[in-house]
Write a protein that binds this ligand. Structure first.
Ligand code: ADP
Length: 320
C-alpha cells in the first residue's frame, strides 16, 4: 500500500482533528502518502481529495470540529453512490481509507469494503459513546466535560435562588453523556433513555433534597429520556418548586478536545495506519480495558451499545 485517504463523516466530534493528525503523521512515518477527503462521503463521491502533509495538520490537535469538514450523504447510502466513491479513490490511486465517524459512517465504510473491496478502517468519532465495541469514542470525554462545566455554572446560580434546573444533554438513544455528566456534576437526578422516567420518584427525590436543606437541585435529562417540556410540567405540578430548564445543545459538540480525547484519537489513528500498512481492511479500531483493539466492522456494529447499570446505581447512591 502506497497511498491512503482519510475523511470525517456524520456528526462532528472534538478530537477528530487529533485523529486526522495522527493518521497523517503515522502515514508519513510509515512512508505512505495521505489524501484528505473534504465533507465526508459527499467529497468522496465528488472526488474532492487533496494531499495532506505533516505541516497541513500543524496546530490542529487542540481544535474542535474537523478541518476536513463533515457531512451526511444520502447518495452514498446507495450502491451507485458508493460506486462513484470507489471510482474517485481509484482515480487518485488510493488503496486504503480511514473513516472517522459514528455508527452510520462506519456502516458506510463496511459497505465500501464489501461492495468494492476498498480497504477501509473505521475510527469511532462521536460524542455519544454509543458504539458497544469500544469503551470510549473520540469526543465523548470532551462533551461530558463541557456538560459538567455547564452544570457547575448552573449550580452556582440555582443555589443562589433555591431553584431546581433541568439540564438537557445530548443522547437520543444513549444515556452515556447524561450518566457521566450527572455523576461528575453531582446531579440529584439523572434521566436516561435506558430507563423509564418515573416522575413521582423524581419529584420525591427533589422534595427530599429540599427537606434536608439542599439549596439547589440538578436534573440531568438525556434528550431521549422524555421531552423537556413534559418533564418541566410534571415536576412543577408534583413539587411546587421553582424549576428552570437549560438545553445545552450544540455547545456539547464544540470546544478544544480534552487530554483523554487527544490521546485516544492519536492511538487509534496510528493503529488505523498500521493496519492499512499490513494491507488489512473492513476493520474498526477501538479501545477495550485500556488496550487498542481491532475487529471486523460488521461484528463491531452488531455489539449493542453498553450502558453501565452499576455506575447508574452508584450515581443514584451518591445523589442525595
Ligand atoms: P454518524 O456517522 O454520526 O452515525 P450518520 O448516521 O448520519 O452519522 O451517517 C453518516 C453517513 O454515513 C450517512 O450520511 C451516509 O452517507 C453513510 N451511511 C450511514 N448508514 C449507511 C449504510 N447503512 N450504508 C451506507 N452508508 C451509510
Amino acid at each position: 500500500m502506497k497511498r491512503i485517504a482519510v475523511l470525517t463523516s456524520g456528526g462532528d466530534a472534538p478530537g477528530m482533528n487529533a485523529a486526522i493528525r495522527a493518521v497523517v503523521r503515522a502515514a508519513s512515518y510509515y512512508n505512505l502518502e495521505v489524501y484528505g477527503v473534504e465533507r465526508g462521503y459527499i467529497g468522496l463521491i465528488e472526488g474532492d481529495l487533496h494531499m495532506l502533509s505533516r505541516r497541513t495538520v500543524s496546530d490542529t490537535i487542540q481544535r474542535g470540529g474537523t478541518i476536513l469538514r463533515s457531512a451526511r450523504s444520502e447518495e452514498f447510502a446507495t450502491y451507485e453512490g458508493r460506486k462513484k466513491a470507489a471510482l474517485s479513490l481509484a482515480n487518485h490511486n488510493v488503496d486504503g481509507l480511514v473513516v472517522i465517524g459514528g455508527d452510520g459512517s462506519l456502516r458506510g465504510a463496511n459497505e465500501l469494503y464489501n461492495d468494492f473491496s476498498i480497504k477501509t478502517i473505521g475510527l469511532p468519532g462521536t460524542i455519544d459513546n454509543d458504539l458497544g465495541y469500544t469503551d470510549y469514542t473520540i469526543g465523548f470525554d470532551t462533551a461530558v466535560n463541557t456538560a459538567v462545566n455547564a452544570i457547575n455554572n448552573l449550580r452556582d446560580t440555582m443555589s443562589s435562588h433555591q431553584r431546581v434546573v433541568i439540564v438537557q444533554v445530548m443522547g437520543r438513544h444513549s444515556g452515556q453523556i447524561a450518566l457521566h455528566a450527572g455523576l461528575a456534576g453531582g446531579a440529584e437526578v439523572i434521566l436516561v433513555p435506558e430507563h423509564p422516567v418515573d416522575f413521582d420518584e423524581v419529584a420525591n427525590v427533589l422534595l427530599r433534597g429540599n427537606a434536608v436543606g439542599k439549596t439547589s437541585g440538578i436534573v440531568v435529562l438525556a434528550e431521549g429520556a422524555c421531552p423537556l417540556d413534559e418533564a418541566m410540567k410534571e415536576l412543577k405540578e408534583r413539587t411546587g418548586l421553582s424549576i428552570r430548564s437549560t438545553v445545552l445543545g450544540y455547545i456539547q459538540r464544540g470546544g478544544s478536545p480534552t487530554m483523554s480525547d487527544r490521546v485516544l484519537a492519536s492511538r487509534l489513528g496510528i493503529r488505523a495506519v498500521e493496519l492499512l500498512k499490513e494491507n488489512k481492511g473492513g476493520l474498526v479500531v477501538g479501545v477495550k480495558g485500556g488496550e487498542v483493539i481491532e475487529l471486523p466492522i460488521a461484528d463491531a456494529l452488531a455489539i449493542k451499545p453498553y450502558f453501565d447499570e452499576k455506575l447508574y446505581e452508584q450515581a443514584t447512591m451518591l445523589s442525595l
